[in-house]
Write a protein that binds this ligand. Structure first.
Ligand SMILES: Cc1cc2nc3c(=O)[nH]c(=O)nc-3n(C[C@H](O)[C@H](O)[C@H](O)COP(=O)(O)O)c2cc1C
Length: 299
């Protein structure tokens, strides 16, 4: 059938046909080649990241192992002062190494699924869940534990739920939404923040709080923002004659975007915010992330 059709085509037509077929073949080969090159680039990058992480883990294990050996040898020769003196510098050296290793760990590019459990995830939630477990609410239901602080991704939510929390409370992620009624400049301060900008301050009402470091906080620390009077009287524990600044005024100004006259409160992961999105998109991202993390945990 094909042969009969080919016989009907002129030599020039056959030549054109071959040319078109070769061109299509070339396009297909180029497309496959190009996607192969792109994929191999991604594989190389992933490999490089994993090598970096493996080396870090290897180094930490090695350093902590040396430290353990030094500790044991010092314990074994507890009464030998000369030996203790000889080993002490090595102990100090490896204590510092392990501390440096552990400091470097969080800066590695962990994926959500790989991120080591934080102390809160590991201890606080587990202990609180176990602590309230023997008690029931007056209606007979178990007392729900809501985890909060630094919950950023769907994978984070999944971990807290698996640790026994009934739910999570999230602040920062919802600040960075179109629906949040804070001024755009407040939201932009999250996008602009680097990790080092997220600091813990002592608020005039006596509680610690996380905030994005700015000039206002520096001036307040220098005593240049003391309130002359107190129109709000919002909380007993705040004595305006001793307060470094008026927190109500500072937060109201920040909400209006007047960040030279206030500062933004923020969660520990505010520096990770890189865009403002809708609440609907945020929920979708969180739910997708939750399901992906759950599937990865089951695999
Ligand atoms: C701008 C901002 C305002 C907040 N206001 C309140 C508040 O009025 N009452 C409260 O209990 N928590 C408040 N929080 C705390 C959050 O509910 C949440 O527990 C905290 O930010 C830690 O979680 P995150 O890392 O998700 O932000 C606020 C947090 C932010 C960032």
């Amino acid at each position: 059938m094909l042969g009969r059709h080919l016989a009907d085509i002129s030599v020039r037509g056959k030549f054109t046909l071959v040319l078109v077929l070769v061109a299509i073949l070339l396009l297909v080969v180029t497309a496959f080649g190009w996607s192969g090159i792109r994929d191999s680039g991604a594989v190389t990058r992933t490999l490089a990241l994993n090598v970096q992480k493996s080396r870090m883990i290897g180094r930490t294990l090695n350093d902590s192992n040396v430290l353990r050996t030094v500790h044991i040898s010092m314990l074994a020769a507890a009464r030998n002062e000369a030996y203790q003196g000889k080993r002490a510098p090595r102990k100090l050296e490896y204590e510092k190494r392990v501390a440096d290793d552990l400091k470097e760990f969080p800066s590695l590019p962990w994926t959500d699924a790989e991120r080591p459990l934080t102390e809160i995830e590991q201890r606080l939630v587990t202990e609180v869940v176990a602590g309230v477990a023997p008690y029931v609410a007056p209606n007979g239901n178990p007392i729900p534990v809501i985890a909060a602080g630094g919950v950023y991704t769907g994978a984070d939510i999944m971990r807290f739920i698996k640790l026994g929390a009934a739910g999570v409370q999230m602040g920062t992620r919802f600040v960075a939404t179109h629906e949040c009624d804070a001024d755009e400049r407040f939201k932009q301060s999250y996008i602009d923040a680097a990790e080092k900008d997220v600091v813990i301050i002592k608020s005039p009402v006596g509680m610690p709080g996380r905030a994005l470091h700015n000039e206002f906080l520096d001036l307040a620390a220098e005593g240049q923002k003391t309130p002359a009077r107190c129109p709000y009287r919002c909380i007993h524990t705040c004595d305006y004659t001793k307060a470094p600044y008026c927190i109500t005024l500072a937060l109201a100004n920040a909400k209006k975007g007047r960040l030279r006259h206030g500062f933004a409160f923020a969660g520990q992961n505010a520096w990770r915010v890189d865009r403002i999105m809708s609440v609907a998109d945020l929920f979708k991202e969180l739910m997708d992330g939750y399901e992906a993390a759950e599937a990865a945990a089951l695999a």
